[in-house]
Write a protein that binds this ligand. Structure first.
Ligand code: RUQ
Ligand code: CUA
Length: 675
């Protein structure tokens, strides 16, 4: 037997002993960890492991938590979490259960390591598409990532995310984890209820947030009720092209309530869309500006009920197909049309609601009121019945408000500040409790769910640290939840980490949800020192079909094809046509060809570089000082940048990725002679 194999077996045996010992010693995985002595924790273990446990003062719960999250070097996490980066404007990719950061994807904000937004022409054109009111904006506030779905399960192909600050949607290609499109919503300045997808990703949903007159128009706030509006937009996604098609997309006018989160119906409720709202009071604030004005926080919290918006998307698609009304170039269905066509309904929901989440079989709609200790569960069947029976009365805009009691299935008192709900494969649901700083597990008490016979019942609550917003369970918002793990996306970390100054990291906490009943166990804290994540989705890693090198040399990632202008090996050159200079350069370990580029001040320069490498991870960077050029050129990729040579001098360009032993020699001189 080989020695390494023998060691492997011994190591495995030690681990088994540790797991068994820890489980035996941990009959109750509660919070009183300190009560268990170090001797108990390490009793009966192999000497080395005991010594480590004793030296570190670990409890049995600590040891099981460590074993459940540890990924030996070279092993891959079974799940990948795609998390918004908040106002970093990016998306973060994190392995579950190890909580290792695998990748940050540049989305709305330029990111130097990826050479994202520092000269690359394809990216510059993409950013320009996302200009806001005619101006470039170089950051975003990403909130809700949405993985593409087929039959209401993730398919690992595309990822969408919204920019709350500017009402934009980005399309990320999961073949190469690069952003391929940024779409600016022409009618709204901000959003929140996006991105969400329909079960086969025909539509990417973007719901509004703060009501306003449409982009480019002005109406005084005294005309709030008549001229300010909410909205929801349905962006058509073309899978073949991998792009949103604005010309085939449409929006719907909504009252100036503040639309919040949305979710798409699935299975029995496929074709229906649900968005909640707050500030149905239509408070207009004004503290500090208007005498006697009530601040939004109380003005928008007067009503006991706000409105869940229920949209018949199938009917709306038909109406939009023949609709001729437009707003700022976007197909725009008015409220009047929506009411006349019977495709928009409201349901009263308590109280200043936040989350709306559809159960795995599409049969129940779960909402939480920030100021109500319950989750409220509506039945899709009852909603359909109430619509058929016309059990409604109109709101101020004529929109039918369904009778609350007719559509209510259940309410469960969970605790303070319920926000968002996720689901697992055992018939449990989980709701975040912001004010309690807890995650609650409860049973789905109806339908075909495993615990239906137990009714709608609170089962367990686990403390988190602190102030949880969203939670994300593995595939926990699809028709096929995976269970096993849930991440609590905590807004405050207060005492969890060593002090790094007054701007504290967020805290992602991993919770084991594999057991039944009162078995929730907190496993791991991950400080997020790079943004304020809102939502995240966790997908099985095996669903991904990502590439490692681009399919052919000379590849344009934006066009997903070989760039005809891509420089080829042996054809490198500098061409001049009057003042226009074109550089055809290649990169391969460890040199650029050419190494001298001599031009004149005032030249217009177009510069192509192909990375000729076919080896995995053989990335070259390309930086030009003073001209704000910084590229990352992955194996096979061809990139292009342009500039006007407005400064003379000698500029040493170099490779920014440590690509070989002679990486420092991978350099050259751009020599710009004075006129
Ligand atoms: S949000 S913490 Cu989705 Cu912007 Cu709820
Ligand atoms: Cu190429 Cu360093």
């Amino acid at each position: 037997m080989k020695r390494s194999v023998l060691y492997g077996i011994i190591a495995a045996l030690v681990l088994v002993v540790i797991v068994l010992a820890a489980l035996v010693l941990s009959p109750d995985q509660g919070d009183d960890q300190a009560a268990v002595s170090t001797e108990q924790a390490s009793e009966g273990l192999a000497d080395d492991a005991s010594a480590v446990i004793a030296a570190r003062g670990l409890t049995p719960d600590n040891v099981t938590a460590a074993l459940k999250t540890y990924m030996p070097s070279g092993q891959y996490d079974p799940y990948m979490m795609f998390s918004s980066g908040g106002h970093s404007g990016q998306v973060h990719v994190i392995g579950i259960p190890s909580m290792r950061l695998l990748r940050t994807i540049g989305v709305f904000t330029p990111e130097p390591w990826q050479g994202y937004g520092f000269g690359d022409l394809g990216q510059a054109e993409m950013f320009a598409e996302g200009d806001v009111a005619g101006s470039p904006v170089t950051w975003g506030d990403t909130h809700h990532p949405a993985l593409s779905e087929t039959n209401a399960s993730y398919d690992g192909e595309w990822l969408f995310v919204n920019d709350k600050a500017q009402s934009r949607i980005a399309v990320i290609d999961l073949r190469d984890f690069e952003t391929k499109q940024i779409v600016k919503n022409p009618i709204a300045m901000n959003d929140h209820g996006g991105a969400f997808v329909t079960p086969n990703t025909e539509w990417v949903i973007e719901g509004g947030q703060y009501a306003a007159p449409s982009v480019g128009s002005f109406a005084d706030i005294s005309e709030y009720n008549d001229k300010w509006r909410g909205m929801i937009t349905f962006w058509k996604f073309d899978r073949e092209k991998g792009r949103i098609i604005p010309e085939e997309s449409f929006a719907m006018e909504l009252p100036p309530y503040w639309q919040d989160l949305c979710d798409s119906g699935k299975l029995v409720s496929e074709g229906w869309i649900f968005c909640n709202s707050f500030n149905t009071e239509r408070a207009t604030g004004g503290v500090g500006a208007v005498e006697g004005a009530v601040p939004f926080e109380s003005g928008a919290s007067q009503n006991d009920m706000d409105y869940l918006h229920v949209i018949d998307l199938k009917k709306l698609e038909q109406v939009a197909a023949t609709n001729t009304n437009q707003l700022n170039g976007l197909n725009y269905v008015t409220m009047e049309t929506a009411v006349a066509e019977n495709l928009l309904f409201f349901i009263p929901e308590p109280k200043s609601p936040h989350g709306i989440d559809i159960a795995p079989n599409g049969d129940y709609m779960v909402v939480s009121g920030k100021l109500d200790p319950h989750v409220t569960i509506f039945s899709f069947a009852k909603i359909q019945q109430a619509i058929a029976d016309k059990k409604w009365s109109p709101d101020d805009y004529g929109i039918p408000v369904l009778d609350f009691d007719s559509v209510l299935e259940a309410q469960i008192e969970l605790g303070l500040g319920p926000l968002h709900t996720q689901f697992d494969n055992q018939g449990y649901a989980y709701t975040s409790l912001y004010l309690d700083s807890m995650v609650a597990r409860w049973t789905l008490g109806g339908g075909d769910y495993a615990h239906a016979s137990e009714g709608w019942t609170l089962i367990d609550k686990e403390s988190i640290h602190y102030n949880v917003g969203h939670i994300a369970a593995a595939e926990g918002d699809t028709a096929t939840p995976a269970g096993n793990f849930l991440v609590s996306l905590n807004k405050w970390s207060v005492d969890r980490f060593a002090n790094v100054g007054p701007l504290l990291p967020q805290n992602f906490q991993l919770i084991d949800i594999a057991g039944e009943g009162e078995s929730l166990q907190l496993l791991y804290d991950m400080p997020i020192g790079f943004g304020e994540p809102h939502y995240a989705q966790i997908m099985k890693t095996e669903r991904l079909k990502s590439i490692q090198v681009y399919p052919e040399v000379g590849w344009d990632p934006q066009k997903w094809a070989v760039n005809p202008d891509a420089p080829k090996a042996g054809e490198e050159r500098v061409e001049r046509d009057g003042n226009n200079v074109t550089v055809y350069m290649t990169a391969i370990r460890s040199h650029f060809t050419p190494e001298h580029v001599s031009i004149k001040k005032g030249d217009n320069v177009t510069w192509h570089i192909t990375n000729l490498e076919r080896a995995v991870d053989a990335v070259h960077g390309f930086a030009v000082p003073a001209y704000n050029v910084n590229l990352s050129i992955e194996p096979g990729e061809s990139a292009t940048f342009e500039f006007v040579a407005d400064k003379d001098g000698v500029f040493s360009y170099y490779c920014t990725e440590f690509c070989s032993a002679l990486h420092l020699e991978m350099t050259g001189y751009l020599m710009i002679a004075p006129e």
